[in-house]
Design a protein around this ligand. Structure first.
Ligand code: PLP
Length: 355
């Protein structure tokens, strides 16, 4: 791969002064990473340039047929001022898995992790320091060949933008209320549910609005075939802690393989806890709840790390989990992962990449 060309901005934006007011994904840094792809040349012209609107042909196939995939990860600033990323190679591998599914060209994982480092080094002053804040990294690839036939595009553009983001929990961790979606489905086996492709999120918005109207924060997705087995919560993976077993749905092809999910599985195993990846039905959850055996429920993802579920509603059945409070296991996992990300806890698994 060629060396990354760098064109620095001569018109730097003011950085946010009050880190407690940072939201999610609303402001962007001074630079972005770009590279192009053509069937003839492969990936070429990697460059870091001033952040600006891009020009795209209105016939670009990605705008019409949705060859558009993305990733989401974060850079964190430790107390000592060091900047790190959490398992970025996993994100780049997953990006390639999404690429494969959508017939898009894969990228070199090591090259891309290096490119992320280079971009973040240039933007290091944009990495916030306050508790819970971070620099969100959004890599994405869009098909750009101007052709209206339905076939894999011959041209693509890979872009990485950065956004300083606030704490997911500015007022402390608050368990959320969720409800079981029984009308719409997020994904089906054989489809694209395991890929981080744009269309999945467009397809989920209708439910998200319905959930909000009913006063819930998220929806719990069931499998698209039998509408019985649990898949995910919103755009997070989900875990159930029973008295004697911790369960997360097995990766079935329609579930997004979360990096937070994988990290939690590793941690729980290393703590000697009984954890399984298996099919789990909503009926099993209700039965465990009625028997007093359902102790904790939590979502997992890069944005929140752990999002405890305080209430789970299925039709007329309302289940209050752990008194609507964050449970011990949720808290322990949250503290461990955020501690590793802030270089405050030992990185036993080698998850940290220093920028
Ligand atoms: C990104 C995502 C997740 C979480 O993945 P992480 O790698 O843990 O951030 C889970 N479900 C969906 C649908 C997602 O898009």
């Amino acid at each position: 791969m060629e060396k990354i060309k760098i064109e620095l901005s001569t018109n730097l934006k003011p950085k946010p002064q009050d880190e407690s007011k940072l939201a999610f994904g609303k402001i962007f840094t001074d630079h972005m990473f770009l590279m192009d792809y053509s069937d003839k040349k492969g990936w070429f012209d990697p460059r870091i340039v001033p952040y600006a609107p891009i020009s795209i042909n209105p016939a670009a196939s990605g705008l019409h047929y949705g060859q558009l995939i993305f990733e989401g990860l974060k850079a964190y600033r430790s107390k000592t001022g060091e900047i790190v990323m959490f398992r970025p190679e996993k994100n780049m591998k997953r990006l390639n898995a999404s690429n494969e599914r959508l017939c898009m060209p894969t990228v070199d994982v090591d090259f891309m992790v290096g490119a992320l480092k280079e971009l973040i080094r240039i933007e290091k002053d944009w990495v916030p320091a306050a508790q819970g804040t971070s620099l969100y990294i959004r890599p994405f690839i869009i098909a750009t060949e101007p052709f209206l036939g339905v076939k894999p595009s011959g041209d693509y553009m890979f872009i990485v933008i950065l956004s300083p983001v606030g704490s997911y929990y500015p007022n402390g961790i608050q368990p959320v209320g969720i409800y079981v979606e029984n009308e719409y489905v997020r994904a089906i086996r054989g489809g694209v549910g395991h890929a981080k492709c744009a269309g999945n999120y467009a397809a989920s918005m209708k439910s998200q609005i319905k959930a909000a109207e009913k006063g819930f924060a998220q929806v719990l997705w069931l499998d698209g075939v039998e509408r019985k087995y649990i898949e995910e919560v919103g755009a997070m993976n989900i875990f159930f802690a029973f008295e004697d077993e911790i369960v997360t749905p097995e990766l079935s092809g329609s579930i997004l393989p979360g990096i937070t999910r994988a990290s939690i599985l590793d941690l729980l195993k290393s703590w000697g806890m009984p954890v399984s990846e298996r099919r789990i039905s909503i009926d099993e959850i209700i039965e465990a709840y009625d028997g007093g055996k359902l102790k904790e429920v939590f979502g997992t993802g890069t944005a929140a790390v752990i999002s405890p579920v305080g209430e789970l509603t299925h039709g007329d059945k309302k289940m209050v989990i752990n008194n609507g409070e964050i449970g011990k296991l949720s808290k322990k996992l949250y503290d461990e992962i955020t501690g590793i990300q802030k270089l405050e806890r030992e990185d036993k698994f080698g998850w940290i990449t220093r920028v």
